[in-house]
Design a protein around this ligand. Structure first.
Ligand SMILES: *Cc1c(COP(=O)(O)O)cnc(C)c1O
Length: 400
C-alpha cells in the first residue's frame, strides 16, 4: 500500500494506531518460537476467506482452528509420541471427553478399566449415561475379562498404563491384540508414559489408535498449565475428532501453548530425574515396617511388573508410586502422616517441581475388587534432592 493511500484513509491517530503499516523484518529466529494470539485471523481477500483450509494446517482461518503457536506445539507433540496428527484440548480431562464425544453416540458402549483415572469414570457415569451411552468397567489386569465384555454395542475401549492411583501395569499388547481382532478403536490415556517410557504407536507390533495425554503433567512440568492432547496416526480418525473439537469450540490459550513449548526440550531430563527419585524412595519404603506394599511398575513384585518390562523397553517410568500402609494404621493415623510431611505437599496432579502426596480410599473407589485393608497413599516425586525427600518421609513416619 502506498503512503498516500494511508494518508487518505487514516486521518485520525486512533486509526493509525490500529492500522499502522509498519511490518518488522521477516527472518527473526530465536530458540523459542514466538507467541501468536488470535481469535480473528485476517484474510487478504474474499476468495482466501472461502478457500483457506485449516484441517491440514495449510492455512489459518480462526483462532480456535489453529495459530502458528498451536500448530507448532501439535507438531512437536506428534514427534514426542510418534503420531501424525494432534488436537489440543483445554485439559487432559477435556481431551478424554472429546474422544468420547467424537466417537460415541446413543446406543453405543465404551469399555473403561476399573483402575481408570477417576474423573474419566465420573464422565461415563454422568454425561455419557445421560446421553444414552453405556459403559462397562473391565478388570484392568485381565485381558480375558476385557474380551468378554466386548459386544456388538462396543465402539471404544479405553486403556491406561499404569492405573494412575493403584499403579497396576496392564498387558497392553494382549489387550490391543484382542481389541483390534474385534475391530475396536483403542484409546490410551498416555499421561504416565508421556511419550517417553514407551511408544504407544509402536509396541512390539501393536499400536494404539489414539493416545491422550494430560499435558498438565510432564509436558508442562510446572504445575501451572492445564492442557491435553489427542494424538492419532489415522487421518480419518483424526478428522472425526478434529470435527468435534471444532464444533465444541475447544481452544487453548496462546500463552499456555508457549509455556508447554518452552518446557518440552527439558522434558526427557525432568522425566528421568522424577523417575530416579521415585524409584529410590519406593525402594526405601519397601524396607519400612509401616508399609504393607509398595506399588511401582518397575519394582519386582508390583502388579504388572512383567508387562512394564515388556512394553517399556527403555526401562523408564514416571515419578509416581503408591504405598499401602499396614492395616494396623487407621485412616486418621495415615492422614496425620500426610499432614506431617513438609516437602511433599498435599495436592492433586503431578509432573511439576514440587513433590506431592494424596491419600486415597481405594476401597470406596474399587469396591470389593480391592483386596487391601490398609490405606493407600500416592506419591509424586518432584525435583527436590532425593535425600531431603527421604528425610521428610522418615520424619513423618516417626509421627505415626
Ligand atoms: C491428570 C490426569 C488427567 C487429566 O488431566 P487434567 O489436565 O488435570 O484434566 C487424565 N489422566 C490422567 C492419567 C491424569 O493423571
Amino acid at each position: 500500500m502506498s503512503a498516500t493511500y494511508y494518508d487518505a484513509v487514516m486521518s485520525d491517530k486512533t486509526t493509525q494506531l490500529i492500522h499502522h503499516p509498519y511490518q518488522p523484518p521477516a527472518g527473526f529466529l530465536a530458540p523459542q518460537p514466538g507467541i501468536f494470539k488470535a481469535s480473528t485471523v485476517i484474510f487478504p481477500n474474499v476468495a482466501a476467506m472461502h478457500t483457506r483450509e485449516w484441517r491440514n494446517k495449510s492455512g489459518y482461518t480462526y483462532g480456535l482452528h489453529g495459530t502458528p503457536t498451536t500448530f507448532t506445539l501439535e507438531e512437536r507433540l506428534c514427534a514426542l509420541e510418534g503420531g501424525l496428527q494432534c488436537v489440543l484440548a483445554s485439559s487432559g480431562l477435556s481431551a478424554i471427553a472429546l474422544v468420547n464425544m467424537a466417537l460415541l453416540k446413543t446406543g453405543d458402549e465404551v469399555l473403561i478399566p476399573d483402575n481408570v483415572y477417576g474423573p474419566s469414570k465420573a464422565l461415563a457415569e454422568g454425561e455419557l449415561v445421560a446421553w444414552g451411552i453405556s459403559h462397562q468397567l473391565y478388570e484392568a489386569m485381565s485381558p480375558a475379562d476385557l474380551a468378554n465384555r466386548i459386544s456388538s454395542k462396543t465402539r471404544l475401549v479405553w486403556l491406561e498404563a499404569p492405573g494412575s492411583v493403584t499403579m497396576e501395569f496392564p498387558d497392553l499388547l494382549e489387550m490391543l491384540h484382542i481389541c483390534h481382532a474385534r475391530g475396536m478403536i483403542c484409546a490410551l490415556d498416555n499421561t504416565w508414559g508421556a511419550g517417553l517410557a514407551f511408544n504407544a504407536f509402536d509396541m512390539a507390533g501393536e499400536s494404539v489408535d489414539i493416545s491422550v495425554q494430560a499435558l498438565t503433567k510432564y509436558p508442562s512440568g510446572g504445575g501451572d498449565v492445564l492442557m491435553g492432547s489427542i494424538i492419532t496416526r489415522d487421518e480419518a480418525l483424526h478428522l472425526r475428532i478434529k470435527g468435534t473439537h471444532m464444533r465444541m469450540g475447544v481452544g487453548v490459550g496462546a500463552n499456555d501453548a508457549e509455556t508447554v513449548l518452552r518446557s518440552l526440550p527439558s522434558m526427557a531430563l525432568r522425566y528421568a530425574a522424577h523417575d530416579c527419585s521415585a524409584r529410590a524412595l519406593a525402594g526405601w519404603f519397601q524396607s519400612r515396617p509401616e508399609i504393607a506394599q509398595v506399588r511401582h511398575p518397575a519394582l519386582e513384585g508390583s502388579p504388572g511388573h512383567a508387562h512394564w518390562k515388556t512394553v517399556c523397553g527403555t526401562g523408564q517410568a514416571a515419578g509416581l508410586f503408591s504405598v499401602v500402609f499396614h492395616e494396623r494404621f487407621s485412616v486418621p493415623q495415615v492422614e496425620h502422616f500426610c499432614d506431617s510431611l513438609r516437602l511433599f505437599k498435599l495436592g492433586y496432579s503431578w509432573g511439576g517441581p514440587v513433590s506431592l502426596v494424596v491419600p486415597y480410599n481405594v476401597a470406596s473407589m474399587r469396591g470389593s475388587a480391592w483386596p487391601h485393608k490398609g490405606v493407600l497413599v500416592r506419591f509424586s516425586t518432584g525435583l527436590e534432592a532425593v535425600a531431603d525427600l527421604q528425610a521428610d518421609l522418615a520424619q513423618a513416619l516417626d509421627m505415626l
